[in-house]
Each structure stands twice: as structure tokens, then as C-alpha cells.
Design a protein around this ligand. Structure first.
Ligand code: AKG
Length: 262
């Protein structure tokens, strides 16, 4: 497996802005494998109750189809979470000895009756004492603004954790409602991606995705990584309370495998 040519400048950009765009991380054949696996998961979603949307809130279903921990069911997606080229980027961006998997998720924003993903930080929904977790959001389609690309507020990870937002019940575009005054002048950045290109974002960085107003679905496969030293805190989360961890204990065990190590 050849490593992605990540430079010290990339790492510094990530540290300063809380996100980074990296192009051509996967090639066409790797993207095609993921598309096929997602198509299978979509077909299986009722059989295995994979879609988190209806389980949380009806309005959520228009935001996206969200299927988590697919790596446990589909060997091809297990291979993908272990893709060292991707995981090694996460390890180096966090300057960590190793990174573990927190969970994966397929995020498919269907066209037409589509809602935006509201501005939010991720970390505030996660059962962890430390910040530092980050997501790789891999585009499997041409993801333009019209198709619901991701937007980030540069530097907003430096705000630290703010009170969580009720994602089903907010006006999704209202960035002013979620950012403190000190950030009012900071312009969000839209990141359009080609298939196989991705963003990595810090779990504290405010991000958003617009509705999909095109005719085809927007498919993304996200992997969430946690750096060495991340410890467990009791907190309700969509993936459930997994791994029998004690409060304050470092994440470990087969549900949170190490994916890259220095
Ligand atoms: O895919 C989206 O619309 C939003 C994804 C997101 O919030 C995330 O990956 O943290």
C-alpha cells in the first residue's frame, strides 16, 4: 500500500483550519468497490435495520440515509476501514502514535425532497473525554454545491465544544445561531469533491452540507478515527454503548481496532 504524499504544510493547514481537502486519495477502481458495497447496504437496509434516520427522527430521513458500522457486516468495507493510506493520513494529521476506528458511516443524500445537514460540531455528540477525533468524508460521486457538498468554518475547532444542537429541530442554514460573536465575520468554505477525493475534519470544526437539488444521489463513505489516549465518557450516541468500556478508560478492543500505527 503506497502512502498518500501528505506534507508538513498539509498538517499545518489542518491544525490551523480544522479541516483539509485531499484529492485523489482513492483511484476509480477503489471508488467502484465502495459504490457497490453501499448499493448492497441500501438493498439490505430494511432486512438488517441499517438506516438510522427513521430510528431517530422522521425529518432526519430527508437529510440523509445514514448507515453506521457497515464494516462489521461487509468484508469489503472492513477492508476499507483498514485502508492504511486513509488511516495513516488521520494518524499524521493528529500527530498521534496510532489511530483507532470510532465508527464508519455511509451518508447518502437523496435528490429532490432533500434537506440540508445543519451546522454542527461532531465531538459534542461523542462519548469521549478528549477532543481530537476526526472524520474522513470520502466522496463517491461528483459532489458539487448543488449535490450537497460539505462546508466548514475555518478555525472553528479552536472554539472548543459548544452546547450540542438539536439537529432535527433547527433551521439548518442558520450559522449565526450557532457561532459565537467572535466568529461572525468568518466565512464558511464549500469543498466540492471528485469521486475518490475527501476531506478530513476535526470533530470540533463546525460543518454543514446543503440539500441535494440534483437528480442523482450524493454518496459519501465516512470513517471516524480517534487518536491514541482517547478515553471513554458515558454519553448517549447513535451507534449505541459499545465495547463495555468503563468511564475514563482508554478506548480499546476489537470494536475499535487500531488502523494505523507509527
Ligand atoms: O454528509 C453530510 O451531509 C454531513 C456529514 C457530517 O456531518 C459528518 O461527516 O460529520
Amino acid at each position: 500500500m503506497n502512502h498518500y504524499p501528505l506534507t508538513e504544510d498539509h498538517i499545518r493547514f489542518y491544525e490551523k483550519n480544522g479541516y483539509i481537502q485531499l484529492d485523489n486519495v482513492l483511484d476509480n477502481s477503489e471508488v467502484e468497490v465502495l459504490r457497490k458495497a453501499l448499493a448492497q447496504a441500501v438493498e439490505d437496509k430494511n432486512k438488517y435495520n441499517l438506516n438510522l434516520g427513521p430510528r431517530t427522527d422522521e425529518s432526519y430521513a430527508k437529510v440523509f440515509l445514514q448507515m453506521v458500522n457497515l464494516w462489521e457486516r461487509y468484508p469489503v468495507l472492513e477492508d476499507y476501514v483498514h485502508n492504511v493510506r486513509v488511516a495513516e493520513i488521520a494518524r499524521r494529521l493528529t500527530r498521534s502514535k496510532f489511530v483507532r476506528l470510532w465508527h464508519d458511516q455511509a451518508l447518502i443524500k437523496y435528490p429532490k425532497d432533500s434537506k440540508a445537514t445543519a451546522w454542527h460540531q461532531d465531538t459534542v455528540y461523542w462519548p469521549m473525554n478528549e477532543a481530537g477525533g476526526l472524520s474522513c468524508w470520502m466522496a463517491l460521486d461528483d459532489v458539487t454545491m448543488e449535490r450537497g457538498c460539505m462546508w466548514f468554518v475555518p478555525g472553528s475547532h479552536k472554539l472548543g465544544p459548544l452546547p450540542p444542537i438539536d439537529l432535527g429541530n433547527v433551521s439548518p442554514d442558520n450559522l449565526d445561531a450557532v457561532l459565537p460573536l467572535s466568529f461572525k465575520g468568518v466565512k464558511p468554505v464549500a469543498v466540492e469533491l471528485k469521486p475518490g477525493s475527501c476531506t478530513f475534519h476535526n470533530g470540533l470544526t463546525f460543518h454543514y452540507a446543503g440539500p441535494n437539488v440534483t437528480d442523482i444521489p450524493r454518496r459519501a463513505m465516512a470513517t471516524i478515527f480517534i487518536p491514541a489516549g482517547t478515553t471513554y465518557k458515558k454519553h448517549t450516541h447513535i451507534v449505541g454503548d459499545r465495547g463495555n468500556l468503563h468511564v475514563g478508560e482508554e478506548f480499546h478492543g476489537p470494536l475499535f481496532p487500531v488502523l494505523a500505527r507509527a
